[in-house]
Design a protein around this ligand. Structure first.
Ligand code: ADP
Length: 438
């Protein structure tokens, strides 16, 4: 039965958190959307979920209206509680992506209410990725958050790096700070500071975090807290702390997946600089087919069928790549002809349909590049959950799942998926697609 129940406000953030928990020895399943109770508990529970130490529910609640984000998060919490989880984690981005209205403060306070808990830390920092908090100010690679580019984010412009003030504006109760000096003084000092804050009715406190030692101290200090809120960094210290408290036993092979045979393929809809390099590196040595958005607009079915006719005969000989990845000028040209939204939608639907065709033809290891592209593919394949496996590159693990194929009344199909957002992964990321955990 899972010990830790997590609620993440977006899909790739959920994977990032799950990946860190697995690396620290907790077996982990990521569920897409609020699961039904029957999926997580009882005789018909999914076997992978039933054996997980941590369940991460991936929501899309970062930018939805406050009331919706609160309602979805509470629904997820209720299922996780019924599944037997004893500690809870609310995961958001390490750049604290939110608006002055929410959703981090309102969701955290609603979860505290439902857990009948008084206090939770807010710990976004992840020092190894350049995000630190000092005196309550969030720094991104040496510059304050509001000068890092995040001030221009289309949906969650972060115009203030002072997180005590920012979270305070979203929260009903006052927001406090546990500063770096207190954390340097150790676990007891941190607990005393938390108790002092609670005595003046502070329910949420930003925690300074300058280095990995601070994350460990915070993990130790709050291992018995009902709720922790933060980025995926704070999760690195938690499994060891839970083990020291006798709550879990960490597993050396938490990320081990069964062996996957079958064919291997890659679909790429990301146009990030790193993905462009990965596509070029793969295409230099393996079969790769570029999709043309204008051809898709002209005759969608014909273009999708042609891509599959190209790909399927090659699968037996090794991995193939189908991509729409292109340089900014080419993307801009397609967008000028088709409109931004329509170009994106066409490409996403095409890659989703091609993924279905590849799986129907026996692909059992599928890599997908692009956050939105991954969402489209996962939804077209009917993927509800992912067991988190070994890390390929930081933040990107192999995962496994089972899907029911409509064209196939037999038992569900086991599939290994690697879902990579934009700039993640080394240049040779795709060439490692041939992985099989035998
Ligand atoms: P990333 O993780 O790099 O942001 P996404 O998949 O989230 O990647 O977003 C890339 C977007 O660009 C998708 O909506 C995709 O459909 C769109 N896109 C991909 N290739 C092209 C192209 N050649 N022309 C226009 N739009 C494209």
């Amino acid at each position: 039965m899972a010990f830790l129940g997590c609620i993440a406000d977006d899909f790739t953030g959920a994977t990032d958190l799950a990946n860190n928990l697995v690396r620290e020895g907790m077996r982990c399943v990521q569920v897409i959307g609020v699961p039904t109770l029957e999926t997580v508990v009882g005789p018909n529970a999914n076997a992978d979920i039933a054996q997980a130490d941590a369940i991460v529910v991936a929501l899309k609640s970062r930018t939805t209206p406050v009331a919706e984000a609160v309602a979805e998060s509470r629904a997820a919490l209720a299922v996780l509680q019924q599944a037997g989880c004893q500690r809870f984690f609310f995961k958001y981005c390490s750049t604290f992506d939110s608006t002055p209205e929410g959703n981090i403060g309102p969701v955290a306070e609603a979860l505290l209410d439902d857990l009948q808990a008084d206090f939770a830390i807010a710990a976004p920092a992840f020092p190894v990725t350049g995000r630190i908090v000092e005196d309550g100010i969030l720094w991104v690679n040496g510059v304050p958050l509001n000068e890092s580019g995040m001030q221009h984010h289309p949906l969650t412009p972060m115009t203030d790096a002072n997180l005590v003030r920012w979270l305070g504006a979203q929260s009903q109760s006052e927001v406090g700070l546990i500063d770096a000096h207190t954390i340097d003084d150790g676990v007891e000092a941190v607990r005393e500071r938390a108790a002092d804050l609670q005595s003046i009715d502070v329910r949420l406190a930003i925690v300074d975090t300058l280095n990995a030692d601070h994350l460990d101290t915070l993990g130790q200090a709050f291992a018995d807290a009902a709720l922790i809120t933060g980025g995926s960094g704070i999760a690195l210290g938690l499994p060891a702390a839970y083990e020291q408290h006798g709550d879990i036993q960490r597993r050396p092979n938490a990320g081990q997946l069964e062996a996957f045979g079958g064919h291997c393929a890659i679909v790429s809809g990301s146009c990030s600089t790193q993905t462009q390099a990965q596509v070029a590196a793969f295409a230099a040595e393996h079969p790769a087919l570029a999709l043309d958005p204008l051809a898709l607009a002209n005759d969608f079915d014909q273009a999708v069928d042609a891509a599959l006719e190209w790909a399927l005969p090659k699968l037996a000989a090794g991995p193939v790549l189908v991509y729409s990845t292109d340089a900014p000028e080419a993307v801009a040209a397609a967008q000028a002809q088709l409109g931004n939204a329509q170009a994106g939608e066409l490409v996403e639907s095409a890659l989703a349909r091609i993924s279905q065709g590849l799986v129907d033809a026996g692909v059992r290891r599928l890599m997908v590049a692009g956050g939105e592209t991954s969402g489209a593919v996962v939804s077209a394949l009917g993927v509800d959950w992912l067991r988190i496996g070994p890390q390929i590159d930081p933040g990107v693990p192999w995962t496994s799942t089972q899907i029911s194929r409509l064209s196939d009344n037999e038992s569900p199909v086991a599939l290994a998926l690697a879902l990579k957002s934009g700039n993640f992964g080394d240049t040779d990321f795709f060439t490692r697609a041939t992985w099989s955990s035998s």
